[in-house]
Design a binder for this molecule. Structure first.
Ligand code: B12
Length: 205
């Protein structure tokens, strides 16, 4: 199925949608289609870094990924009936990337979690308010920009200041997060794909 990643990386919208529909009709696992799309996005990111693609191309790739995500959602969602726990999820302040976050949302929901999405470019107070309102024991922060590590830090400090840190486990994710960022920000764990978000949340319970 190498074609899906190539079609996405080459920004060939119509053909991509056709091929995805064919794969779904043929019974291909939606998760493997998502993996292909993610590989395509990595390629897009590299082309952008090399100066071959511009922001408009990033936007196009984002729109294509979202469209595929919408096609796949009914195949991914609602596989379990029991609610395991509530999770507050959002992209940190200064960062508007939401494709990965939305994918984490879908995967957590299909993994049995009730997810409160505070959106993108979310201020620390928005996360704290959602935690207070929902009583969620898990906070999941998405961050795609290395320039936004301090937004993770500020969010976690706001959770501490609100006196909630002892009762809330905090996971972070997105390409640039790793063990060093976990130590820098005081988070509990990191994950670099949507499936790891589900396993981390289960571990945190
Ligand atoms: C599409 C895209 C955009 C789109 C976003 C559209 C949207 N609606 O989200 C637009 C055009 C808006 C954009 C803008 C910018 N972008 Co951009 N963008 C990308 C691109 C190509 C793909 C991101 C993506 O959607 N990937 C697909 C999803 C599915 O993957 P993902 O986001 O990584 O999420 C997965 C995992 O990370 C994980 N995950 C995500 N969140 C969480 C949370 C938890 C808790 C867990 C456990 C897991 C997890 O699970 C997800 C699913 O598997 C990346 C390159 C790349 N390959 O990452 C650059 C990239 C992230 N962007 C980059 C840059 C520089 C920018 C801009 C600054 C460009 C500019 N000059 O304006 C702006 C910043 C705007 C802002 N303030 O946020 C850089 C960041 C570099 C850096 N060191 O920080 C990248 C890496 C490109 C590059 N190689 O240079 N971008």
């Amino acid at each position: 199925m190498a074609k899906i990643s190539e079609l996405l990386a080459n920004l060939e919208m119509d053909e991509l949608m056709e091929v995805v529909q064919k794969e779904l009709d043929a019974g291909t696992e939606p998760l493997s289609i998502l993996k292909e799309c993610e590989a395509g996005m990595v390629d897009v990111g590299e082309r952008f870094s090399n100066g071959d693609y511009f922001v408009s191309d990033l936007m196009m790739s984002g729109a294509m990924f979202k469209e595929v995500g919408e096609m796949l959602e009914p195949y991914l969602d609602g596989k379990t009936g029991d609610i395991l726990a509530k999770v507050v999820l959002g992209t940190v302040e200064g960062d508007i990337h939401d494709i990965g976050k939305d994918l984490v949302y879908v995967m957590l929901k299909s993994g049995g979690f009730d997810v409160i999405d505070v959106g993108v470019d979310a201020k620390p107070e928005a996360f704290v308010e959602a935690l207070k309102e929902s009583g969620a024991p898990i906070l999941a922060l998405s961050c795609l920009l290395t320039t936004c590590y301090d937004s993770i830090l500020n969010t976690i400090n706001a959770v501490k200041d609100a006196g909630l840190r002892d009762q809330v486990k905090i996971i972070i994710g997105g390409g640039p997060t790793d063990e060093t960022v976990v130590r820098y920000t005081g988070a509990d764990a990191f994950g670099n794909d949507a499936q790891s978000a589900v396993s981390l949340c289960k571990e945190m319970l």
